[in-house]
Design a protein around this ligand. Structure first.
Ligand code: HEM
Length: 162
């Protein structure tokens, strides 16, 4: 028979291991996702003028095609691992105003859900042929601001207390 202390230690070890796996997966997916958003806003927008309208359209179409193939997996890993980790914080999240950590994590999750909402809106408008370049620009700027805040909150929640 396994001693109770050993069983307890084993339980703690496997919980820590699954958290480690989830946080690592979440971080790689976040790097890919946030990296793509930063690249779009800070690099691609900056080459629009020198590259010219026609070439830029070709580049954007090719990037869009690639992103539509890759991003569903990245989003699945990002949100799946996020939900898995949030489950471990379910007691804190049940009382989002009871601690600074719970408040910041709840805001981070709300912002992440809003990012998903942006995607669904863009896909729906695109499918209906109603996605104009003004809306694309607005969605890009808004998602950029969201991810800047999400990454800040993801780290601040472990450091800021009140
Ligand atoms: C746009 C979507 C998201 C981005 C860019 C993002 C980004 C991040 C980053 C950069 C971290 C810090 C990882 C580290 O410790 O180095 C983090 C942590 C975390 N995220 Fe997300 N995240 C997103 C969505 C979500 C969602 C949807 C959930 C839950 C429903 C979630 C739950 C968490 C939790 C619980 C942690 C803390 C992990 C820990 O204990 O260290 N995230 N996130």
């Amino acid at each position: 028979m396994i001693e109770p202390e050993k069983a307890q230690a084993h339980g703690r070890w496997s919980a820590a291991m699954s958290h480690f796996i989830l946080v690592t997966l979440h971080l790689y997916a976040a790097i890919l996702f946030v990296g793509a958003v930063f690249f779009e806003m800070l690099v691609l927008e900056g080459i629009r003028k020198p590259v010219g309208h026609e070439t830029m359209r070709t580049v954007e179409t090719a990037i869009g095609k690639r992103a539509r193939r890759l991003m569903p997996f990245v989003i699945l890993a990002l949100y799946g691992a996020g939900i898995g980790m949030a489950w471990g914080y379910r007691e804190e999240l049940a009382h989002p105003f009871a601690s600074s950590f719970a408040t910041l994590l709840a805001i981070k999750i709300a912002l992440a859900l809003s990012v998903l909402g942006h995607f669904i809106t863009a896909l729906t408008l695109g499918a209906r042929g109603k996605l104009r370049s003004r809306q694309v620009r607005f969605i890009h700027v808004s998602v950029f601001c969201h991810v800047v805040l999400i990454v800040f909150l993801a780290k601040a929640m472990f450091f800021l207390t009140w």
